[in-house]
Design a protein around this ligand. Structure first.
Ligand SMILES: [Mg+2]
Length: 337
């Protein structure tokens, strides 16, 4: 069986099985947005994550400047620290690059990565360079900290809680579609900018953690449906999404109309929105929405609920339903580029 047929989920299940249960310093291993490590006598725990992007798979050279390639790789990785409610501390960059690459260009990639890390309090602290005849690839390791026991984990959702999402959905997927077809319009330019430059919701993640009303979160990298599925699986709950409540990005709607595409599909399965999906005590929702608007300048939308059971369930406005856990991003089963 090839990876393409098995899918990423099956592959990761096997890796997780091979890794065994976390032990020693590792409190949370494979399965969450980052690993969680316990130091000795520390009041904070170390969060660790690596995230790789490959030319042709995650980006095309003609779509991004060198600085944007580096920055994008780092901003994606930082989003996982945001999902844990953590504070970024440092990044490491492994760059796999052709010996024929232009020195200035390679430097600009690393400088773009370093600048993005510094912007969020995580200086480039080391890394590795590998000469390769393969495609350009960047592997970013990001380290952060969170107060012991207070990390927002995928496994923290409980029945009775409300499900919320930050910002608006679908713009990044719309931007990718614009890049592919060359659509040029104001909405297309905004969507493309969104796709090129993920916004790690670090301030929001910390606000949610400090609120005490939120214990479970995930960042939206694979698409709402798939990431909600991760949250449901790790928490052992059922997640019900009300399709009519989804905060579709206005740019996503406009681009979809121009291209004859479905904005809803982009919002549900497009991926790379890098907003936070989280669960909260139902009575705390109005206060969280007001606080996020005031302190972080972000809208929060209540889009569903956590109930007993398994999997993800989407209620449609017409009264129908779908159970779409197979949709969304999978590393091995989707054609890209
Ligand atoms: Mg993540």
């Amino acid at each position: 069986v090839r990876l393409r047929e098995a899918g990423e989920g099956e592959f990761l299940r096997r890796v997780r099985e091979a890794a065994g249960r976390p032990g020693g310093s590792v409190l949370v291993g494979i399965g969450d947005d980052t690993a969680v490590l316990q130091g000795q006598g520390r009041e904070e725990r170390l969060l660790l994550k690596c995230d790789a992007t490959v030319e042709g798979q995650h980006f095309r050279r003609e779509w991004l400047t060198e600085a944007e390639i580096g920055a994008r790789a780092v901003r994606r990785a930082l989003s996982d620290i945001a999902a844990m409610g953590g504070r970024p501390a440092a990044i490491l960059l492994t760059l796999l690059v052709s010996p024929d690459e232009d020195l200035e260009a390679a430097t600009a990639i690393a400088a773009g990565a370093a600048a993005a890390g510094t912007e969020f309090g995580a200086p480039l602290a080391g890394g590795e360079t590998v000469g390769t005849e393969g495609p350009l690839a960047l592997d970013v390791v990001v380290a952060g900290f969170a107060p012991a026991g207070r990390e927002l984990r995928r496994s923290g959702a409980r029945p009775g809680e409300a499900l919320l999402v930050s910002g608006a959905l679908g713009a990044s997927a719309a931007g990718l579609a614009c890049l592919r077809c060359g659509l040029s319009a104001p909405a297309a330019h905004r969507a493309i900018a969104r796709s090129k430059r993920p916004e790690p919701r670090l301030a929001l993640g910390r606000m949610l953690r400090e609120s005490g009303a939120v214990r479970a979160a995930i960042d939206l990298s694979d698409g709402l449906l798939r990431d909600a599925g991760h949250l449901a699986d790790e928490s052992g709950v059922r997640i019900e999404i009300d399709e009519a409540r989804l905060p579709l990005s206005p740019d996503c709607r406009e681009v979809a109309e121009a291209l004859g595409a479905s904005p809803l599909h982009w919002a549900l399965a497009g991926g790379e929105d890098y907003e936070l999906l989280f669960t909260a005590d139902a009575e705390s929702v109005p206060a969280l929405i007001a606080q996020a608007d005031r302190e972080v300048g972000l809208s929060l939308t209540r889009i569903g609920a956590v109930t007993q059971g398994r999997g993800v369930f989407v209620a449609r406005p017409d009264g129908g339903a779908r159970t779409p856990t197979a949709e969304g991003w999978d590393q091995f089963t989707h054609d890209q580029g």
